[in-house]
Design a protein around this ligand. Structure first.
Ligand SMILES: Cc1ncc(COP(=O)(O)O)c(C=O)c1O
Length: 388
């Protein structure tokens, strides 16, 4: 009896370095909660890696975004611009703060926020005398947004930029590391990211005072006195010493993870690039992505099947793949949120497919994903030929 092959996941956690040893060190040291030397070490090492002055280890990327927006004073009556093609966590903190989100479509050249759409939105807001209080950029699927244009626009209108680098640790743009753009930036270490702490995030900035303030706010805004004193209302958003230990171990292996994801991307391009109707996420020559996920678009007229047919075919082989993010302006939960444009992201959602890209995935497993998509193409076309 043939055994069912182990499932190939999209981007599962990948441990392989000193994570276990460091976790046990945290355990044995007695620094179990809430903070401790591994938190300090993880923050220091990440800030050095990204090339920013300071970083605060927090409980998630979403919490980090929430704190960044909170520190910019965003609340009811304010507006924040964000790309529509992203994971919902980019915009939920804006909504929880009672502010309005304005979405901007993707550009075809990189799938990231369209600089022209952003420029138009900012110009019209300035003309109307109501500039947004922040812009959030997202480095989609590990590729940095167009920071030449975005930084220039944000500087021109004096609107602070927050870089949502949840997906892009290890990528770069114009020689600068992802996570180093904007007034503040945010990383995620959830289970599917390039490195993971099983759940966690980080807020980074060159302005140390913001990071210091983030640490305080994330610890219920406790004043440094002997009793519990709070001059303002804070959050419970700190990362624990145990998880930070895992994060330090993961960070040591970041370059290996990057290498593996780049290798997978190259092999997908070699194996699938020649199939009619298959295109890869376009790469901006000014940047170097981390290839967190390799994403393709499928033109059904040329491939012979649509993205969903391929996804379901992979599923029958126990291979996980996913549609590209469903744009925020199509989300029922965000009904009524204004979006500038939207056709590009709608088309990417309709045709886009994310392929298994985990750094722990073997080359043999990846080759079986390639073979499965090639077979799907052969099958649909031979059945069409035999039907005609
Ligand atoms: C673009 C983007 N922003 C924010 C987040 C939120 O990060 P977390 O899951 O750590 O809260 C994620 C990932 O989940 C993401 O992909």
């Amino acid at each position: 009896m043939s055994e069912k092959r182990a499932r190939i996941y999209l981007s599962p956690p990948h441990m392989g370095g000193r994570e276990r040893e460091l976790l046990l060190d945290a355990f044995d040291s007695g620094w179990l909660a809430p903070l401790g030397p591994h938190v300090d070490g993880f923050e220091r090492e990440m800030a050095t890696r990204v090339g920013v002055k300071d970083a605060a280890a927090l409980s998630s990327g979403t919490a980090s975004l929430h704190l960044a927006l909170h520190m910019l004073g965003i609340g009811p009556g304010d507006r924040v611009i964000a790309p529509t093609l992203t994971f919902i966590a980019t915009v939920t903190p804006v909504i929880h703060l009672g502010a309005e989100v304005v979405l901007v479509d993707s550009c075809k050249e990189s799938w990231n926020i369209d600089p022209q759409g952003l420029a138009d939105e900012l110009r019209e807001s300035a003309e109307a005398g109501c500039l947004p209080k922040a812009v959030i950029s997202v480095d989609l699927y590990g590729q940095c947004a167009d920071y030449d244009a975005i930084e220039e626009l944000c500087a021109k209108y004096e609107v602070p930029l927050i870089e949502d680098a949840a997906e892009s640790l290890g990528a770069s743009y114009g020689g600068r590391a992802a996570g180093s753009f904007g007034a503040m930036s945010v990383l995620s270490f959830n289970g599917n990211k390039i490195i993971t702490t099983s759940g966690g995030g980080m807020l980074l900035s060159d302005r140390e005072e913001w990071v210091v303030r983030a640490r305080k706010l994330a610890s219920q805004a406790k004043e440094p006195v002997a009793h519990y004193e709070h001059l303002e209302v804070g959050f419970n958003y700190r990362m624990s010493n145990v998880l930070a230990a895992m994060g330090r171990g993961q960070l040591e292996t970041l370059d290996e993870h990057l290498q593996a994801r780049r290798r997978h991307n190259g092999a997908y391009r070699d194996g699938l690039g020649g199939l009619p109707g298959v295109d890869f996420m376009p790469l901006d020559p000014r940047g170097e992505p981390n290839h967190w996920l390799t994403c393709v678009t499928i033109d059904p007229a040329r491939f012979g099947a649509d993205r969903e047919t391929i996804r379901l075919h992979l599923e029958t082989l126990n291979i996980e793949s996913r549609a590209v993010w469903k744009p925020m302006h199509l989300q029922p939960a965000l009904k009524g949120v204004r979006c500038r444009g939207g056709e590009v992201s709608e088309s990417l959602f309709e045709r886009g497919l994310c392929l298994p890209s985990g750094s722990g995935m073997s080359d043999a497993d990846r080759d079986s994903v390639v073979a499965a998509i090639q077979a799907c193409h052969r099958n649909v076309n031979s059945s069409q030929v035999s039907m005609s």
